[in-house]
Design a protein around this ligand. Structure first.
Ligand SMILES: [Zn+2]
Length: 390
């Protein structure tokens, strides 16, 4: 008894230093935040999927509020046409990796925050490992395969997911808390390919992205602080042109294939196949000169079967080391052996570092092999990713 009494009277070291007290002063005086809430924010780890129109305001507000660790997943580079809405990035950053640009901007806003960059596309192969490290996930992706992927990964790992989407003049936002339903409960099936236009096709105002992203940031802060009512089981729909806001209530579906009473999905699946569309920024889909995939994406496709893997190097290179399951068709022989390649199924073409295979992909595509893709970085990148060779 005497010992515990002594402990209680001893002064504990301050949770926040003088700089932090000043930096966060205006939110500290909110009774729902206070020093204890600020300490929670500083300890929190939040993952933003995408450093684009939604991810930008999300990351900026979370960094400014002192969320201690912010992970950012994005495989894109900054494009001039991004800047009117993706306010993390500056004109000087055009051409740079988005995660690098984001890290620099956020360090300027709040150097106390640790930004963890993942310059990669989120895939079934890497999603669980990345998401597992975080307390809350914010979805800022603009394509359906990634939305379903992030949802399923969050359900499987029991992570809260703050979702939002924007199209033309409309923004939607909702929150999925573990045990209270998921994206599949709300949207059981993806829309048919091409039914929903992208930002590149439909157009978007940056300020609307800011509205939706700020709404997501608010959700994250409330979840971390454990205060107030979140958007769980509520879909907020904002029509910016009419200035109208609606809230549609939704609930967990007992029939949901992943969070329902009798789930049938127990691991991540092939989301491009499920949605019938590619899992990258739809605005960039048609622009890339040579369609490429990363070693991790290739591995995920191969694990799913129904994909051809073709090595276009020379036989001696093949003998030295090759990717299991590949077929050797040396570059010079491809034109005369086209019949050996099935045009109806995806074909991953690789060489040593991606140069020769890139040329073959271009040739194949012009010959009607629309599903041929290049393995970015070739077998060197594959090995660097610690994937098996034989
Ligand atoms: Zn569900």
């Amino acid at each position: 008894m005497a010992t515990s009494g002594t402990t209680q009277t001893r002064t504990t070291p301050p949770v926040l230093n003088a700089t932090q007290m000043e930096r966060y002063a205006r939110q500290l005086i909110l009774e729902e935040v206070g020093i204890r809430g600020q300490a929670r924010l500083l300890r929190a780890k939040v993952l933003a999927i995408g450093a684009g129109g939604l991810g930008s305001p999300v990351a900026l507000y979370l960094a400014a509020a002192g969320v201690g660790t912010i992970g950012i997943v994005d495989g894109d580079r900054v494009d001039l046409s991004n800047l009117h809405r993706q306010i993390l990035h500056t004109t000087q950053a055009v051409g740079q990796d988005k995660t690098v640009s984001a890290q620099r901007t956020l360090a300027g806003v709040n150097p106390e925050v640790t930004v963890v960059p993942y310059q990669t596309v989120l895939t079934s192969a890497n999603a669980l490992d990345i998401i597992r490290e975080y307390d809350v996930v914010v979805n800022g992706s603009d394509n359906f395969p990634t939305r379903y992927l992030v949802n399923d990964a969050c359900v499987l790992l029991g992570k809260p997911l703050v979702d939002a989407s924007i199209l033309k003049w409309e923004a939607q936002a909702t929150t999925f808390l573990p045990g209270r339903g998921c994206y599949r409960c709300l949207f059981p099936t993806p829309p048919p390919p091409g039914a929903v236009p992208s930002c590149a096709e439909g157009g978007i105002l940056g300020a609307l992205c800011g509205f939706a992203g700020a709404r997501q940031a608010l959700e994250v802060l409330k979840i971390v602080l454990g205060v107030g009512e979140t958007l769980a089981n509520k879909l907020l729909i904002f029509d910016a042109l009419e200035g109208e806001t609606r809230v549609v209530r939704w609930s967990r579906s007992p029939e949901c294939p992943i969070c329902g009473d009798h789930p049938t999905i127990h691991e991540l699946i092939d989301y491009e196949q499920f949605c019938g569309m590619p899992a990258h920024d739809r605005s960039a889909a048609a622009v890339g000169p040579i369609p490429e995939i990363t070693p991790e994406e290739a591995q995920a496709l191969l694990a799913n079967g129904a994909v051809q893997l073709i090595d276009v190097r020379e036989p001696w290179e093949y003998e030295d080391a090759h990717i299991p399951g590949c077929r050797l068709i040396p570059m010079a022989e491809v034109p005369s052996r086209l019949r050996e390649i099935d045009a109806d199924n995806p074909a991953i073409i690789y060489c040593r570092s991606g140069g020769r295979s890139g040329k073959i992909v271009t040739m194949l595509r012009s010959a009607g092999y629309g599903k041929a893709v290049n393995l970015r970085g070739g077998i060197l990148a594959w090995s660097n990713a610690r994937l098996p060779t034989e």
